[in-house]
Ligand binder design. Structure first.
Ligand code: SAH
Length: 329
């Protein structure tokens, strides 16, 4: 729902200020239409239905994986692709993965989104509407900005969305922003009062390999990025998650595991090794054996490391995969 348009429409009609709050209360608790908002006058409900589209996004496609994962592909009013995923875990956790941009201006070589044309930053309402779509299906409690785009390049809108996520059921402590290492954004998150988690997509333990996999490393080199992460930890006292996508024969060797262990302070970081979701790229994913061996080296050096559960593989749930296919079709 375009919350600015909602405010403007209510103001133009001279409605009392509490109306916007009433609408948001219903919406954030999973209402499916204005019709359900029975404490609003019927004529106002009709006006809103006509002038303020209930969602700023139109659902184009929804895929359901055998493991319960749901991936939604939306389009914005100006026809931009947006995708989001709901992951369901056995312990009851319901975690959303949302997009901050349509496409991405960065060109990480393994990422499907990086091969799409960059569209634009999403508004706070477009980010919230991804969460609301899934909230209408069931209650949700975690959110990661690991869908399309670089959230730190759209931080105003991302933070504005984060301020409203708690009313949907997702506290800031259960929200994580994932970044390629966009330093100005990391610094702003460090300054922010919101207790949002930071996740860093690292993917290589040295500057040369990292620049090859992620060209953004030339602009913000690894050493400077890790300094910014250390400052985040000093200020917030919350561990930083490291994401490390496992690419066969590229970044998954024994020497690289050792190098990574030396790079990271064990009290600041927790490593998440990500099995590669194959896309149309030059890479293959590492074998399960290689991933386990890599994890063991990290653990032996005191670094907390887990292998990320793969969700929704049968529905192309990796970042950008659905939208890339839709835009190629
Ligand atoms: N731009 C931000 C957030 C979006 S990507 C960032 O890069 O952190 C979220 C995560 O998905 C990143 O760690 C990215 O490296 C990972 N990813 C992208 N494509 C993938 C794929 N095909 N398989 C597994 N992980 C992938």
């Amino acid at each position: 729902m375009d919350l600015q348009l909602l405010d403007d429409t209510l103001a133009a009609r001279g409605e009392p200020a509490l109306r916007a709050q009433q609408v948001w209360e219903w919406t954030s608790r999973g209402a499916a239409s204005y019709e359900e908002m029975t404490n609003l006058p019927a004529d106002l409900r009709a006006v809103l239905a006509e002038h303020v589209p209930f969602s700023s996004l139109t659902l184009q496609h929804e895929a359901h994986a055998k493991d319960g994962t749901i991936k939604a592909l939306f389009s914005t009013v100006d026809g931009r692709a947006v995708e989001a995923v709901l992951m369901r875990y056995n312990d009851g956790r319901r975690s959303l993965c949302v997009s901050s941009q349509s496409g991405c201006p960065l060109t990480c070589t393994f990422c499907a989104t990086g091969t799409m044309k960059f569209g634009r930053n999403l508004t706070a309402s477009e980010i919230l509407d991804q969460a609301l779509h899934f909230r209408r299906i069931e209650e949700v409690d975690h959110c990661v900005f690991m869908g399309m785009g670089e959230p730190m390049m759209n931080l105003d809108h991302v933070l504005a969305a984060c301020e409203r996520l708690p009313s949907i059921g997702i506290t800031n402590r259960r929200t994580a922003i994932s970044t390629v290492g966009w330093i100005p954004g990391i610094e702003r998150l460090t300054e922010s009062e919101l207790p949002i988690r930071l996740a860093l997509s690292l993917h290589a333990p040295d500057e040369a390999l990292r620049s090859q996999i992620m060209p953004v490393n030339d602009r913000y080199p690894l050493a400077d990025v890790l300094r910014a992460c250390r400052d985040f930890y000093e200020r917030k006292r919350r561990k930083v998650f490291i994401e490390y996508v496992m690419l066969d024969g590229v970044n998954d060797g024994y020497a690289q595991a050792l190098q990574l262990a030396e790079l990271l302070e064990p009290w600041i970081y927790k490593v998440n090794l990500i099995p590669y979701n194959p896309t149309e790229s030059i890479y293959d994913g590492s074998s399960r054996g290689a991933i386990d061996a890599f994890r063991q080296v990290l653990e032996d050096h005191g670094i907390d490391a887990t292998v990320r559960l793969t969700r929704g593989r049968d529905i192309d749930a990796a970042c950008g995969q659905l939208a890339a296919r839709a835009s190629a079709a």
